[in-house]
Design a protein around this ligand. Structure first.
Ligand SMILES: Cc1ncc(COP(=O)(O)O)c(C=O)c1O
Length: 409
């Protein structure tokens, strides 16, 4: 039965209200989100949103065909254009923009390349690792055994000596480097050398730092020894929700790319791939300045918060080299009587969005046009709104209105 029109009107109101609220009325400091450029948004809403395409070279009823669908004369070229842009932006020999998300990109890399019952090393969630690599999640779905790779340096950074010792002792099939709490580059050369010496592959989950890798502001995983790099395209990378994957190794890509369809997903989402292609092309022009601004903003807001007495992790290391800054929640609670969840809710009422686990991300505010010079004011609003419980919402809204358009788009 069709939904009554009143429900449609309600839905339309909700979407409009969401767009007003998240798109125009708050400063978003969620480390896992970003704002999509106007052209990319237009492509998300294009006719591509409902289409299939499946390039193939097979004989059907005696005729050689190059696609199992009809009407695909533009989709295949859109995909090759997006993939080619990805290879240029990440200086990779091979790339695919098909993975539907960061999590699916992880499956896309692991499923075709690892044996059944593989043994992997991954950073535990208690040390900033991605929950998906914990025993009950991807490893149990894929039948792998996961052992901890320690991230026991400041701010859950990975120390070369303990990582190398663990790899030598465990002799895994793969080392999966991936953190949701991600402040500092991995000692990748040392890890890759140790992993390759025991015939293990190195997978680099760049979900959080993909935009910084694209702009050369973090680390260069392929040049430093990673075999396959993948991640989400909507955290520090300012694209549509989705994933991508790249590698320099022809042997791995030949194994991997044809194995994705029907094992990890069927159709890819071509509107998303067009929007991702657009974002990659925009970053080819502006990515270096964008990524540098994001990291400088993170270091700037960390210093400003620290100067205002807010406890942060990894002070000895300069707080961060990524788009994230981490509140020291234990000291926060002891000093100010509020934890991550309480602070998040208080700030949300004042139009400032951070997450419940104490991460502050500077990617989206850089897209809005905020620079390091703006970080002391932003830190001051966070402290007044979150810790002193002042009503800073109107001031935040007035300031937010000064940034109506996206930069780097
Ligand atoms: C390190 C890491 N990998 C993968 C993912 C999953 O990404 P997605 O939400 O795009 O599937 C996340 C999500 O936060 C993450 O932090």
């Amino acid at each position: 039965m069709p939904a009554p029109p009143s429900e449609e009107a309600r839905l339309a109101r909700l979407v409009r209200a969401h767009d007003r609220w998240r798109g125009r009325s708050v400063f978003n400091l969620l480390a896992s989100e970003n704002a999509v450029s106007p052209t990319a948004r237009q492509y998300l809403g294009s006719d591509l949103a409902g289409r299939y395409t499946l390039p193939m070279h097979e004989t059907i009823d005696g005729e050689l065909v190059d696609n199992s669908y009809a009407g695909t004369r533009y989709t295949d070229e859109i995909e090759s254009l997006a993939n080619a842009a990805a290879t240029r932006v990440f200086r990779a020999r091979y790339a695919t923009t098909r993975p539907l998300s960061g999590h699916i990109a992880a499956m896309s890399a692991l499923v075709p390349l690892l044996p059944a019952r593989a043994r992997i090393l991954a950073i535990p969630p208690t040390e900033g690792g991605y929950d998906g690599y914990a025993a009950g999640f991807l490893p149990s779905v894929l039948g792998y055994t996961v052992r901890p790779l320690p991230a026991d340096g400041p701010g859950h950074s990975v120390r070369a000596d303990s990582a190398v010792a663990t790899i030598r002792q465990e002799r895994p099939n793969a080392v999966v480097l991936g953190q949701s709490f991600f402040l500092f580059p991995y000692p990748l050369r040392e890890i890759a050398e140790a992993a390759h010496a025991v015939d293990a592959l190195v997978f680099y989950d760049a979900s959080h730092v993909l935009g910084l890798v694209a702009g050369g502001a973090f680390q260069d995983p392929l040049r430093e020894g990673a075999d396959v790099v993948y991640g989400s395209t909507h955290k520090s990378f300012p694209g549509p929700q989705g994933g991508l994957l790249f590698t320099d190794r022809e042997d791995l890509f030949r194994q991997l790319d044809p194995a994705l369809v029907w094992r990890v997903f069927d159709n890819a989402h071509w509107n998303r791939i067009a929007a991702l292609g657009q974002t990659l092309l925009e970053l080819e022009r502006t990515g270096r300045e964008y990524a540098a601004t994001v990291v400088e903003n993170a270091q700037g807001i960390a210093r400003a918060l620290h100067d205002l007495g807010v406890p942060l992790v990894a002070e000895s290391e300069g707080f961060t080299r990524s788009h994230q800054v981490h509140l020291d929640r234990t000291h926060l609670k002891a000093t100010f009587g509020v934890g991550g969840a309480g602070l998040c809710r208080r700030l949300e009422r004042q139009r400032l969005l951070i997450d419940l686990v104490g991460r502050i991300g500077t990617a989206e505010v850089a897209r809005l046009g905020l620079t390091p010079a703006d970080m002391p004011r932003l830190a001051d609003l966070l402290v007044r709104g979150g810790l002193r419980r002042e009503k800073v919402g109107p001031e935040v809204l007035a300031w937010r209105k000064q940034f109506p358009a996206l930069r780097f788009a």
